[in-house]
Design a protein around this ligand. Sequence first.
Ligand SMILES: Cc1cc2nc3c(=O)[nH]c(=O)nc-3n(C[C@H](O)[C@H](O)[C@H](O)COP(=O)(O)OP(=O)(O)OC[C@H]3O[C@@H](n4cnc5c(N)ncnc54)[C@H](O)[C@@H]3O)c2cc1C
Length: 467
Amino acid sequence: MTSTADWPRIAAELSPVEVSDDPVTIRKRSRDFFWYSPLLNAQLRRSFGDLVAMPASPKELAQCLSVASRHGVPVVMRGGGTGNYGQAVPLQGGLIIQTTGMNRVLEIGAGYVRVEAGALMADINAALKPEGYELAMFPSTQDIATIGGFVAGGSAGIGSVSNGPLRENGNIIRIRALSVEDSPQEYVFDGNDVLRIHHAWGINGAITEITLRTVPTRDWIGCMAGFDSYAACYAAGHALASADDHAIGRKLCSVVDARIVDYFPRLEGHVPRGRHLLVSLVPREHLPAFRALMAAQGGKVHLAMDEAERTELKLPHVFEFAYNHTTLQVLKADRSATYQQIGVPDPGDAARVASMRDRQGEDVWPHHEFTRWEGSVICADLPIIWYSTPERLEEINATYEADDFTVYDAHVCAIEGNHMQPDFGHLAWKKRLDPAGLLNPGKSHAWEKVRHLSADEIEALDSVAGL
Ligand SMILES: Cc1cc2nc3c(=O)[nH]c(=O)nc-3n(C[C@H](O)[C@H](O)[C@H](O)COP(=O)(O)OP(=O)(O)OC[C@H]3O[C@@H](n4cnc5c(N)ncnc54)[C@H](O)[C@@H]3O)c2cc1C
């Protein structure tokens, strides 16, 4: 589709929007963190866009979308490019729209913040703190990831163990998005309708502005507790995630296998080697209760630091030893590592988790993240996998599935990856906001099957489990 496009003319028509046709810039802006997966690395590393546009306002973004629509070229929205599955990689070339120039914090109110889509989450948190608030959750990539990218591509993060995932009602209050048409139209999604756009990988609208729930900020202490056995560490994680919020608040609850901890050189001298780690953030006033809980579960708190102490010790935030930063810490030392995303069937069953750890063998090292969804504790495993062959990866997946653990395959570059049903709500809105199918083409297999239907016909499929 792009080989025939007149890119110099498109670049000229985009003026005064800043653009770059520099091949190095285009290559860099065509990548995200897909290289975590050896399978996706082979598949995506030669997929590049044709031109990068950097709008500084929603008005400039509308101009980009209008020009793309008139020329019929693919459009890939891009924030910080920290997605893990090639979400922001142009599969069919086209115009990459980098949103980081649209980064204003527009309004801070009681319990909410309204921001432009390209604002970095660390900047939003920095603006909120003096007002007594913080984001209800944010990913461990907050320093370089945008709020638009998180809402379009992410799911949960630091804070979700108290406040639920992004999709929990009330966490995303409002989304404004533009259509890809000759004259782009603005659509506003409120309440539960935000799920029509959330986690759609930028296939069904260009998000301009988001209103999010905020929570009162607290004096968080970064904590690491060590355990002799993984089962005990996991059980402590479950106990912490299940604790009464008023007794022990927490905004992180991660459990990391000792073999992974050995790949964290920054912890040398702070945490003894060979111990399974529970990583958390607890409010200062709850530190005694946290220590007591860890001791009761057979663990010992090795590290408890506030922000000033962390700066003095020259240590990263504790959440950089959690979520997908854990994988990154290992990959820094050895690029043959990869990971997987596993749903734990019964989060309270530490024995079953420990038994799975034993059964998987030496090339699979577990790391669990506890969150809550509508009050219930849920748990995901993001294990380090020492990659050898696709067949061994399949065998590992099969071992999980044989015991009813769910594999949300991190090695697939499609929104309907393993175990994700097509979201016909997303696709119906794609029909309305992106009638020509220009946004992030190739990322939804289901779209290719329903694109000829009307939006209403697609919506009617919502009740059908798959095509
Ligand atoms: C080390 C590491 C740790 C991570 N930890 C977490 C975590 O804790 N929780 C989590 O959920 N994820 C995590 N991720 C994944 C990722 O960092 C987050 O989802 C992040 O918020 C993505 O933001 P981004 O700006 O980098 O988005 P990008 O990667 O640029 O884009 C992500 C998707 O959103 C779309 N998009 C971007 N902007 C817009 C827009 N304005 N309108 C419409 N669509 C848009 C893109 O097309 C793409 O499909 C992690 C990744 C890494 C590498």
